[in-house]
Design a protein around this ligand. Structure first.
Ligand code: PLP
Length: 424
């Protein structure tokens, strides 16, 4: 198998004179030596380029970054600096954004089961608006109105009945969904008429999200069509058409760019006569390809006639996607990233279960050995943000690299961190 495809790597990836990989002008091998492994390395220029592409394609104030894909203070600041708003789905995500100095007025609250406390926190902080997901939530907003809180702007999340072709755990637009007001059974229309008459909320728009890692831009156009037809009679100022744009994870995959997605979506809305402002909420397509994870190879076990297991110093605790969704990844050696990958291995983690697999069928260079730094690209989304402390493995460190410099944005968890919650 040929070297890892260039388009899976962060934008500033380049070959050094010795054949090794640098990102942001920094040697990835030096990063592994300086910060240890596992290590998430984010290309800051790549992150900013994707933010700019989104803002240029959809317009200022029309892009809301879905923070669940990857969030820390540095990331919150970066997207805010680039003019994006932030989509937060819990009080925890809102807290991180606010603690980074992002104004609440640049945050939008989501979630299918927001508590009274989360809603109160969002309203008293002054979030831009709340995406309301259920009749129970409208009841809770009535309660908060009676408490004397300011009237929040809201959008209603509608489930448009559009099946996106993606993994069933991340498909959200179909009728059988925990999210949103069902369009087909009349709940959506009932929710609009209730919110429209309610003194507890100011209805400003409608929202939908059909799923994540969607490759067929036609699915977005179809959702736009359904939503435009539903929204037309209400003539509300805003229509949010989700995030969900897929990214290429493995060789042979090609994903639409953010600007191609924008063209399809905005053309569809134009031809449907939509007058509302169109907002989108990309997560994965902003961050996924911006990062690689660096691991150290610790053990290689050959079972002749069966397979070879290559164990690294992380695993399902820093990237649960292969276990959750059966997601595929590539692996390569940053010391020789142009090398052909001819040796078949299963890349596994250090956790105490056989299911702790990072790559089922990986190809690596023939001379891959214990002690090598192994890189997995396209780990910038839903990796760190879904990480855990399973087996009491500390969360990895995260660095941003740019212009020949690295900056630690999340330090590695220590053993002390692992007992920080213990009372005695
Ligand atoms: C997860 C999510 C997004 C972002 O999805 P990506 O696939 O990461 O782009 C946007 N909006 C909502 C409501 C979501 O739940």
């Amino acid at each position: 198998m040929s070297p890892v495809p260039r388009h899976l790597l962060p934008e500033t990836s380049a070959e050094r004179a010795d054949g090794s990989l640098e990102i942001g002008g920094v040697s990835t091998l030096d990063l592994a030596a300086q910060y240890g492994t596992p290590l998430f390395v984010y290309d800051e220029q790549h992150l900013r380029s994707r933010c700019r592409e989104a803002v240029t394609s959809f317009g200022a104030d029309r892009v809301v970054y879905a923070t669940k894909a990857f969030l820390c203070r540095a990331m919150a600041r970066l997207v805010h600096e680039e003019g994006l708003m932030l989509d937060v789905a819990t009080s925890g995500e809102l807290f991180v954004a606010l603690s980074a100095g992002v104004p609440a007025s640049r945050c939008v609250l989501h979630g299918n089961n927001k508590s009274l406390d989360e809603l109160r926190f969002a309203i008293t902080s002054g979030v831009h608006h709340i995406n309301v997901d259920s009749f129970d939530e409208l009841d809770r907003l009535d309660t908060l109105h009676r408490e004397g809180l300011p009237v929040p702007r809201v959008a209603l999340r509608i489930t448009p009945g559009v099946e996106a072709h993606t993994h069933e755990y991340i498909a959200t637009g179909q009728d059988d969904s925990k999210f949103g007001f069902n369009l087909a059974n009349g709940d959506a229309a009932r929710a609009v008429s209730r919110a429209d008459r309610s003194p507890s909320v100011e209805l400003m728009g409608l929202h939908c999200h059909i799923g994540s890692n969607v490759f067929a831009v036609s699915s977005f156009a179809r959702a736009a069509e359904v939503m435009a037809a539903f929204a037309a009679p209400y003539d509300l100022p805003e229509l949010t058409l989700g995030g969900g744009l897929g990214v290429a994870y493995v060789e042979g995959e090609q994903a639409p760019s953010i600007s191609e997605w924008a063209t399809v979506l905005l053309d569809a809305c134009r031809s449907l006569g939509v007058r509302s402002a169109i907002t989108v909420e990309p997560g994965r397509s902003i961050v996924a390809n911006a990062a690689v994870t660096l691991y150290s190879v610790g053990t290689i076990k050959d079972i002749p006639g069966v397979r070879s297991y290559l164990s690294v110093d992380g695993g399902m605790s820093d990237n649960p996607r292969p276990v959750l969704y059966g997601s595929g990844y590539e692996a390569f050696l940053p010391r020789a990233w142009g090398a052909d990958r001819v040796r078949a291995v299963r890349v596994v983690g250090k956790h105490c279960e056989s299911g702790d697999i990072l790559i089922n069928d990986a190809m690596v260079p023939a001379d891959t050995a214990v002690g090598d730094v192994l890189a997995m690209p396209v780990t910038g989304a839903y990796g760190y943000s879904m990480s855990s402390n399973y087996n009491m493995v500390g969360k990895p460190a995260v660095v941003f690299v740019r212009d020949g410099k690295s900056r630690l944005v999340l330090r590695r968890q220590t053993h002390e961190d692992l007992v920080a919650l213990d009372i005695d």
